[in-house]
Design a protein around this ligand. Structure first.
Ligand code: SF4
Length: 139
């Protein structure tokens, strides 16, 4: 799956859930709480493939799924830029995380970064429209 295909699919799933919560008159705080990992596993099993195994993408308490992926993520399936013989497909705008190379391509590795999964970060960057928060991700 390309980055763009994942991005569009995730945006659609996110919007369906947020629209449902808005129709139930959830407040901003309640919506953020709803996106807590433990609740999402129970209530929205199809939102993330990891939920089926009750597995977190990051080993942390109170992991919040509202801002998966991350507003700092940048990607372009055709390449953001080149590095020697490699094409860089994704990177972190604030230079967190790591990178890995595979088959001539360099990808951003966010597996050791928990920035977007903290409730305080979600509160600070909150908008009902996930695509608006992620508007700079497609570079
Ligand atoms: S490394 Fe962290 S801050 Fe950077 S894009 Fe990945 S999750 Fe976001």
């Amino acid at each position: 799956m390309t980055y763009k295909a994942w991005f569009d699919e995730h945006a659609t799933k996110h919007k369906i859930i947020v629209d449902k919560l808005i129709s139930k008159k959830f407040t901003k705080e309640q919506i953020i709480e709803y996106f807590d990992f433990d609740n999402m596993v129970k209530e929205e099993p199809n939102f993330c493939p990891l939920y089926a195994d009750n597995k977190k993408c990051h080993d942390m308490e109170n992991l919040n799924c509202y801002l998966c992926a991350c507003p700092n993520f940048r990607f372009n399936d055709n390449g953001l830029e080149s590095y020697n013989e490699f094409k860089i497909l994704s990177k972190c705008e604030i230079h967190n995380g790591e990178k890995f190379a595979h088959k001539g391509l360099i990808h951003q590795d966010c597996s050791k970064c928990t920035v977007p999964h903290h409730k305080a970060y979600v509160l600070k960057n909150f908008d009902l429209d996930w695509k608006k928060i992620m508007r700079e991700c497609i570079a």
